[in-house]
Ligand binder design. Structure first.
Ligand code: C5P
Length: 405
């Protein structure tokens, strides 16, 4: 899954010859799963048509403050467009646009949107070599950098003037990978290893029967996706689950039993920055595992159960620098029980999900959690999708983790 998957990108196009490459730029973002909206400066329309960009972006393209060709003119809301975006990119950015951005001029819709933006803004300059090198332009670019804008380097090469030199806009795919690298480098969990357990465990009675539970693994898989979106290298240790995930930074290691989950967890714990135990591990297993299927005719009247290893308790006991998070599923005295587990297992946080909440928990797509940490008031969240819960959990983890690391 790409970093741009599901992201909203506002592309601002200003009037340079490199504007002819912008439909390819839109395509490149869309190929990565992003949604793109385009704002053009009036002069950029001499180089590329709004129709082309509207067609490739599958969104209306705006270039003036007022909707054109209408008997009842409407205001094109630059604030709404700017706040919509996860990232804004101005490509090509002419000397004129860069200078206006640096000085907070607001003479067209693109500049107004830039000034209203709250997201990270990237600028891909494109101009002739002497314009690019001019101290006034260099100063404007430095001002933008000071303002937190990411100014992409230009390429050296053949320029529209016929001259050779520095000032060419980067190729569309290079712009996309530059942005990708920049964003991922600055993600809060970049370079960190996050390990999670998820799903149920199956404890064999014989080759076909087992003791298991109804855990789907959904919560753990959503947490893994969130960790990866925050830049982490993720190891997802999953018990039997129908789920799968396709992300370059997530390695899924499949196990069946609590013992196997324990072994794999220990292996990946040493260098983990964060470990989250969201698996519904069986607490007991049969003391024997018949090698052949037990015949109905033979019958068996009882299964002797012995405890499985408590993975989380072990990890808590040997904890060094890891941030260790457990899950608790309680039906009574929820807060007290969760609090007890937090202390007993030496955890940094515990996520309580209650079976008392309708529509939440096992198997479903939603969950309702309370987040507990040592010496802090529990934080209760509303019923949400598991994907949204994963965002809340990592928001809390990051708040505490950034203080300790
Ligand atoms: O004590 P209890 O089983 O309720 O604790 C639940 C938490 O402990 C969950 O985070 C679960 O993943 C973890 N756990 C474990 N190994 C076990 C049992 C539970 O890691 N054998």
């Amino acid at each position: 899954m790409s970093l741009f998957s599901g992201k909203k990108i506002l592309l601002g196009i200003s009037g340079g010859i490199a504007a002819y490459k912008t439909p390819m730029l839109v395509r490149a973002f869309i190929k990565q799963g992003a949604e793109v909206r385009v704002i053009m400066t009036p002069s950029s329309k001499d180089f590329v048509t709004p129709l082309t960009l509207a067609t490739v972006s599958q969104n209306p393209v705006y270039s003036s403050f007022i909707a054109e060709d209408q008997d009842n003119p409407l205001w094109n809301n630059h604030v709404e467009m700017a706040l919509w975006a996860d990232y804004m990119l101005i490509a090509p950015a002419t000397s004129n646009t860069i200078s206006s951005m640096a000085q907070a001029r607001c003479t067209n819709l693109l500049l107004a949107a830039y000034l209203s933006s709250q997201c990270e803004v990237f600028v891909a300059p494109a101009m002739d070599l002497d314009m690019y090198a001019h101290p006034a332009n260099q100063k404007n670019e430095a001002t933008l950098t000071e303002h937190g804008v990411v100014v992409l380097p230009t390429e050296e090469g053949f320029l529209a003037s016929g001259l050779q030199g520095k000032g060419r806009m980067q190729e569309p795919e290079d712009i996309v990978s530059f942005m990708e690298n920049h964003i991922s480098k600055n993600l809060p969990l970049n370079g960190k290893k996050v390990v999670l357990t998820a799903g149920p465990t199956y404890e064999a009675i014989d080759p076909v029967r087992f003791i298991g539970n109804n855990s789907s693994g959904k919560m753990g898989f959503e947490l893994a996706k969130r960790a990866a979106a925050l830049g982490a290298e993720v190891i997802l240790i999953s018990g039997p689950s129908a789920l799968d995930v396709d992300h370059a930074n997530i390695t899924v290691l499949r196990v069946n039993t609590a013992d196997q989950m324990f072994e794999v967890s220990k292996l990946h714990y040493t260098d983990a920055a964060i470990f989250i135990a969201s698996a519904a591990v069986a607490d007991f297993k049969p003391d024997t595992n018949a090698t052949q299927k037990i015949k109905k005719e033979t019958g068996f009247s009882q299964i002797n159960l012995i405890p499985t290893p408590d993975i989380l308790a072990h990890l808590g006991a040997v904890k060094e620098k890891q941030f260790l998070v457990g899950f608790a599923l309680e039906t009574e005295n929820e807060l007290e029980n969760a609090q007890g587990k937090l202390e007993r297992k030496n955890l940094d946080a515990i996520v309580l999900n209650s079976l008392n909440d309708a529509n939440a928990g096992f198997g479903g797509d939603q969950n309702k959690i309370t987040y507990l940490q040592p010496n802090t008031k529990p934080i209760a969240f509303e019923l949400k999708t598991k994907a949204a819960v994963a965002v809340d959990v990592f928001d809390q983890i990051l708040l505490a983790y950034e203080k300790t690391s």
